[in-house]
Design a protein around this ligand. Structure first.
Ligand code: HEC
Length: 288
């Protein structure tokens, strides 16, 4: 392609009009490169953007989108309670030109932790992409653990009421901070690599728990978080060859590895650990 058509295409791709579901239009620039550390990277299935590419949106442009404000009293990242304003995460796919089949949102943090927002989470908890805390922008937000900044973005909720309990795992708030990238995805595509083919009820319980818990940091193929870089297949080998280590690590990882970055699940009882072992073992046994 000529230099001129390349320039025109680049300009077209970088300046699209985002239309809110309310019909109001706001001009959002979808830049092909990061201009500022606070830009939000967006990826996944985006209309007008070639597969595999991402775009960058400024904090100021996000502020032009419709926002909701809540007094949030039950977010562990906000103590004391705070007034949070932000964009409804379930409205974000339409606001930012996601493909019609890409309703699911995943939120990537700067440490490769990835929070997942499937349809059921939207329905139960109505998460928000936070832009202001007590009216302030991210550089004035309270600091998180280790004096880390909670920006550039964090995700919270108006209020959280656990929607389910599976064995000893209770539905958990998905409230990451340090969010740098949002992807719009097709939900079945994201979960296919970790969905069991077996109909065994324990395996399905293990799957449902791992889907909300382990998948944030552990990946299978290109799906899931890569905070750990240990895949479901590798975890499966540990579950089948060293069940004692598997159980102890889940209950209290720092007891085995003092520098562990893994979230502990100290409330998991014997049937819960057994369900997780049964589920993960299916990956170790799967034909290559
Ligand atoms: C917050 C991120 C996070 C979550 C959630 C998480 N893990 Fe991990 N996991 C890690 C990291 C990082 C490691 C690498 C070593 C470390 O830091 O503990 C790891 C290591 C492991 C190991 C290896 C232990 C060894 O001997 O090397 C196992 C097994 C494991 N995880 C299983 C699980 C299971 C099962 C779940 C869900 C119940 C889970 N993890 C949830 C981050 C996580």
């Amino acid at each position: 392609m000529t230099a001129k058509t390349w320039l025109i295409r680049t300009l077209l791709a970088s300046c699209l009009v985002a239309t809110s579901s309310a019909g109001a239009q706001s001009r959002i620039t979808f830049s092909p490169t990061r201009q500022h550390p606070s830009d939000l990277e967006v990826g996944g299935d985006l209309l007008h953007v070639p597969p595999g590419q991402t775009r960058f949106i400024t904090y100021e442009d996000l502020l032009t989108l419709p926002q909701d404000t809540y007094r949030v009293t039950d977010d562990a990242n906000c103590t004391p309670p705070a007034t949070l304003s932000g964009i409804s995460l379930e409205k974000l796919p339409a606001l930012l030109n996601a493909a019609p089949t890409a309703h699911m949102v995943t939120a990537l943090c700067d440490d490769n932790y990835k929070a997942n927002y499937p349809a059921a989470y939207f329905k139960n908890h109505h998460p928000i992409l936070v832009l202001r805390i007590n009216g302030q922008p991210p550089d004035k937000w309270p600091l998180a653990e280790g004096n880390a900044s909670m920006g550039p973005y964090m995700i919270s909720h108006p209020t959280f009421k656990a929607a389910y309990k599976i064995l000893a795992h209770t539905d958990e708030p998905q409230i990451p901070w340090g969010v740098i990238r949002i992807d719009f995805r097709n939900e079945p595509t994201v979960y296919t690599p970790i969905t069991p083919t077996s109909t065994d009820p324990a395996i399905h319980q293990g799957f449902a728990i791992a889907q909300q818990n382990c998948f944030r940091c552990h990946n299978q193929g290109t799906e899931g978080g890569t905070k750990s870089h240990m895949t479901f297949t590798t975890i499966g080998r540990i579950a089948s060859t060293n069940p004692t280590l598997f159980d102890r690590y889940i209950l209290n990882p720092t007891a085995i590895n003092p520098r562990s970055q893994m979230a502990a699940s100290p409330t998991y009882d014997a049937p819960t650990l057994a369900a997780l072992r049964a589920y993960f073992t299916t990956f170790a046994e799967a034909p290559k």
